[in-house]
Design a protein around this ligand. Sequence first.
Ligand code: 13P
Length: 249
Amino acid sequence: MTNHVARKRLVMGNWKMNASLEANASLLNALLSSPPCAESVEVAVCVPFPYLAQVQAALFGSAIQWGAQDVSSESQGAYTGETSAQMLRDFACEWVLVGHSERRLRHAESHEAVALKAVQALNAGLTPVFCVGETDEQHEAGETEAVVLAQLQPLLDLAAASVSGVVVAYEPVWAIGTGKSATPEQAQHVHAYIRSLLKQGGAGQVRILYGGSVNGTNASQLFAMPDIDGALVGGAALNAEEFLRIAAV
Ligand code: 13P
């Protein structure tokens, strides 16, 4: 059995496309009014690009870090509408999500493109949060491990030093935004599988987050599992009290 000892818990909010200057201001204020304990947990929020400056100004010097929800697989040039990893560094981002299922599915991001995004992030000094997870159909067909392996393979093909620099997030698509979280046992089973793949690549200490309907009530049971190192939180991250409850587990 692995254990949590060497891996600090990470609780990350993904605001998705839910934000406005006004709503962010009150959410950030509320988050800062009872900040998480930085010694026991790392906390971060991944926000839409236009609000990075606002979030940077609000969170600078606090225990809460910030990042973005996507990054270009190219470093710079004629890529209209894209945002480079270096641009994210200009706003002191530490984190960036890559390969979220909402991008893989809606924007046809290939496994290879997601790995290239991770490389761009690593090269710029950001930590990519490499998202994987199966659809409901794939889950029902018993294809979870095969799907996760295919999604991770281009990452596992990189040098061990690169793989060690990422965080992996397992987010079963059927659990996202449905209120139907995977059970702790279901999630642990997949996390242990992902851990075994990472170990083979010499990166067994990479943190693996669970995402999909995490809230202040189910987080503690999920976090009790040996290979669940934290959470990637969608809906509940828009409510400061709920998000901080998850961070305080
Ligand atoms: P929910 O927490 O709303 O299910 O979203 C999970 C997610 O997709 C985080 O990236």
